[in-house]
Design a protein around this ligand. Structure first.
Ligand SMILES: Cc1cc2nc3c(=O)[nH]c(=O)nc-3n(C[C@H](O)[C@H](O)[C@H](O)COP(=O)(O)O)c2cc1C
Length: 371
């Protein structure tokens, strides 16, 4: 008997496009001189926010950082605070979704609940929160806010309770709660946000990913070595884990883009960044993160220069094909990092996005709006 051939009709969902705003010095490339060094300021962030909104991007995300890595570039030593920045973005934009990051060891959920409600109001229901459990002790111990090394082991237990409290404060009239971590006594928090506040968690450890599966609306997947197929498999794993809690999670990828007219020009730029990497800043990052790069190979140097974040380098069409590949492998969205935020977003909009196959028709809502 002949085998029956079945044709599976596979709908490819267009990617949600987002920008990792340039709110920390040096961005996500640890290199001296070139790419252009920027000190974070409102004007650069405003410009990128408005350009992204005008081009139809779905979201903006800014990170929270309390201490950088020094070196020749003072990498991440200067940063704009995330909630304040997103409040300003809320006031100048009208459609794009906005995510601020909270480092939960630094601030009480009772305060963050109201800050989020405030930005929800300013933005008319476009605000969400990225929960950062805290991986760099020095950021917190420098302010006396590290709760002891036991905290690191329990950080996602703390995060789960923190988020549960945020959600209760956003929806319930009064909150009373007593635990090792938090005391709430008949606590009132008004106004309530206008919608369920979407939550991102970008944790990469097993525990972090399982927290995302159980509690977050969006997660970030993947490291530099992951192929498109690997990212697809990581997404399947995340979805299977979320399904055990009866949930779905949008899987995003943080991606540094080096796009040029030709592959060769992009590779030359990538190699230049690696050759001019800020060794002192990288060494400090490795030290505080407990990584050993003492016998670094070229590959390790790339990992360090691009801060272990996935990147794509290539011609405009190579980059467009890569982005289509993310969509074809089931990823829900991508959050772009650029070497040069003064010019690269515009270059991507003008040269890469028109070459993509999987673009969102105007009438299809993005996942960022409907988690
Ligand atoms: C998109 C994205 C955004 C992140 N934002 C921050 C941030 O704002 N501040 C921070 O300290 N870490 C940030 N991180 C790091 C993660 O929150 C997380 O702590 C890290 O990946 C380590 O994972 P783990 O906590 O599961 O060990 C981010 C990571 C990604 C991929």
């Amino acid at each position: 008997m002949l085998p029956t051939l079945t044709t599976e009709v596979h709908m490819v969902r267009p990617l949600d496009l987002g920008i990792f705003l340039p709110n920390a010095k040096g961005g996500a490339i640890m290199a001296t001189g070139s790419p252009p060094q920027y000190s974070p300021n409102w004007e650069l962030n405003r410009k990128n926010a408005l350009l992204a909104e005008e081009a139809g991007f779905e979201f903006l995300l800014s990170m929270v950082k309390w201490r950088g890595f020094g070196g020749e570039t003072n990498h991440w030593d200067y940063s704009l605070e995330s909630f304040s920045l997103m409040a300003a973005c809320a006031a100048v934009t009208s459609r794009i979704q906005l995510y601020a990051s909270v480092a939960i060891p630094t601030i009480h959920p009772g305060v963050i609940a109201k800050m989020a409600s405030t930005i929800d109001d300013i933005s008319k229901g476009r605000f969400g929160v990225n929960i950062v459990s805290g991986w760099n002790k020095l950021e917190y111990s420098q302010m006396g806010l590290w709760q002891g090394d036991d905290y690191f082991k329990r950080r996602y237990e703390y995060a789960a309770e923190y988020l549960e409290l945020l959600r209760r404060l956003w929806t319930q009239d009064r909150v009373t709660h007593r635990s090792d971590f938090f005391h709430f006594d008949d606590c009132k928090s008004y106004p309530k946000p206008s919608r369920e506040i979407p939550v991102i968690c970008a944790g990469q450890s097993e525990r972090g990913i399982s927290f995302t599966a159980q509690h977050a609306d969006f997660g970030f997947l993947g490291g530099q070595d992951d192929s498109l197929a690997d990212l697809g498999r990581l997404n399947d794993k995340l979805q299977a884990s979320a399904a055990r809690f009866g949930r779905k999670v949008g899987a995003y990828v943080l991606l540094t883009v080096i796009a040029e007219e030709t592959d060769e020009a992009a590779f030359a730029k990538r190699d230049h960044y690696i050759q001019t990497s800020d060794k002192a800043a990288m060494a400090e990052w490795a030290r505080v993160a407990g990584m050993d790069f003492s016998r670094a190979t070229y590959k390790d140097l790339a990992v360090q220069t691009f801060m272990a974040i996935p990147y794509v380098a290539g011609s405009y069409s190579t980059v467009a094909r890569y982005l289509d590949g993310l969509a074809e492998n089931g990823l829900a969205g991508v959050c772009f990092i650029f070497p040069d935020y003064e010019h690269d977003l515009k270059r991507l909009i003008d040269n890469v996005l028109p070459l993509m196959k999987h673009k969102r028709p105007a009438e299809q809502p993005s996942l960022a709006l409907v988690p």
